[in-house]
Design a protein around this ligand. Structure first.
Ligand code: FAD
Ligand code: DHB
Length: 399
């Protein structure tokens, strides 16, 4: 296991979590000559294998290019100019690039992004402390915050100017903000997603979001030989109730079109279940602690916004810290939360909208289904409605 250097006792910025938010921030800070330490609970192999998102917005790709970490992404990422919405057995293409002045999405696994960011960080001699247990944050309202953690059986203390809480939705940073200082907004959905990775070429060259009376299904991919598929399942379902044959049966039923097209089966390489949830904590700051990514907000995956939001937060925070260290100007830091929350709430709305339009709600009646079908038909036949969906999907430049 590669670990970098001995634990420094001080760093300008302590970053909690080596996910997309924390690693992107570390690169932005390095670019501005600001030192940081990334403290991660898991080991390197674990974070590099954790399968999650797959759709990068144009702005996310552009940032990775500007940071010089996009060589493999540029080689292996699949640039897509459209997505498909399917309902009543018919497929309708939303021409993302035609509708957004040429913007596109890139299909590239989140764990590949994480691998690339870790490799580039270690090549820059930037410290990442994997396997850190019992991380706790102290003196956040002073100008000398501290981070405590245990590693290799020893207690460590890191002194810093700022703490970036990038430790996802189950981390410690969010709970370091006293309840009286934060407001939370939340919605849970009465279903989950069962996702598989299958060793079979994609059955279509683009992503498909399918509305079906048996529930939602999604066709995506990770490369020319690997398909990524999701199927809506019950909120309490376990993997035991989803043997491979049942997964394929549901995928084929929900993704087939009336002209006879269906998905190709292959060996299932990975299978997992994810609950769907919307969550926002405001503000995204407490003293010298700044929260970024899933630590501050969660979106349901319909619409593919979570990782892109994490990267967008890291960009805003990196630029704000750079202004502070360069000019002693705190104005961008003071605006950090409100700047991020504008994009966050747009993505919260879009993800809720896509989720509501595409899933079968257990308590939903025929009226709700008719509304969903009407909305789908509208989005697929009105250029105005399709443009709205497309610009949200590829990512808004200015929010
Ligand atoms: P994470 O990726 O969760 O990283 C947090 C890191 O902090 C982890 O490495 C964790 O181990 C570490 N950590 C946690 N607790 C501690 C602690 N106490 N101390 C130290 N370290 C800690 N988003 C998209 O943009 N596009 C998609 O297509 C998409 N599809 C998705 C599909 C699925 C099935 C799922 C589950 C999610 C999807 N998402 C998608 C969402 C996306 O994966 C998340 O929003 C993204 O991982 C958030 O990044 P993050 O860096 O904020 O948090
Ligand atoms: C993928 C995930 C999503 O949440 C989505 O909306 C589209 C694609 C994927 O994993 O490829």
């Amino acid at each position: 296991m590669i670990q970098t250097r001995q634990s420094p006792a001080r760093s300008q910025v302590a970053i909690i979590g080596a996910g997309p938010a924390g690693l992107t921030l570390a690169h932005i800070l390095h670019h501005h000559g600001i030192d940081s330490v990334v403290i991660e609970r898991r080991d390197r192999a674990y974070v590099e294998r954790r399968l999650r998102a797959g759709v990068l917005e144009q702005g996310t790709v552009d940032l990775f290019r500007a940071l010089g970490v996009s060589a493999r992404l540029d080689r292996e990422g699949l640039v897509h100019h459209g997505i498909n919405l399917q309902f009543s057995g018919e497929r309708h293409r939303i021409a993302l690039s035609d509708l957004t002045g040429g913007r596109a999405i890139t299909i590239y696994g989140q764990h590949e992004v994480v691998k690339d960011l870790i490799a580039a960080r270690l090549a820059n001699d930037g410290p990442i402390w994997f396997d850190a247990d019992d991380v706790s944050l102290h003196d956040l309202t002073s100008d000398k915050p501290r981070v405590h953690f245990r590693r290799d059986g020893r207690a460590h203390e890191l002194h810093c100017d700022f703490v970036a809480g990038c430790d996802g939705s189950h981390g410690v940073s969010r709970s370091a903000v006293p309840t009286a200082e934060r407001r939370t907004f939340e919605r849970t959905y009465p279903f989950s997603w069962l996702g598989i990775l299958a060793a079979v070429p994609p059955s279509l060259g683009e992503v498909i979001y399918a509305h079906h009376e048996r529930g939602f299904a999604l066709h995506s991919m990770r490369g020319p030989q690997v398909t990524r598929l999701y199927v809506q399942c019950g909120p309490d379902d376990g993997l035991d109730s989803w043997p491979d044959e049942r997964v394929w049966l549901e995928l084929k039923t929900r993704l087939s079109t009336t002209d006879g097209w269906t998905v190709q089966e292959g060996a299932v390489i990975e299978k997992s279940i994810t609950a769907l949830r919307s969550f926002v904590m405001e503000p995204m700051q407490y003293g010298q602690l700044f929260l970024a990514g899933d630590a501050a907000h969660v979106v349901p995956p319909t619409g593919a916004k979570g990782m892109n939001l994490a990267v967008a937060d890291a960009r805003v925070l990196g630029d704000a810290l750079a202004q502070w260290y360069r000019a002693g100007d705190r104005s961008l830091l003071a605006e950090y939360s409100s700047t991020c929350l504008r994009r966050v709430w747009r993505a919260e709305h879009f993800s809720w909208f896509m989720t509501s339009m595409l899933h079968r709600f257990p308590d939903g009646d025929a009226f709700q289904q008719k509304l969903q079908l009407s909305q789908l038909r509208y989005v697929c036949t009105s250029t105005a409605a399709a443009t709205s969906l497309a610009e949200n999907y590829v990512g808004l430049e200015h929010v």
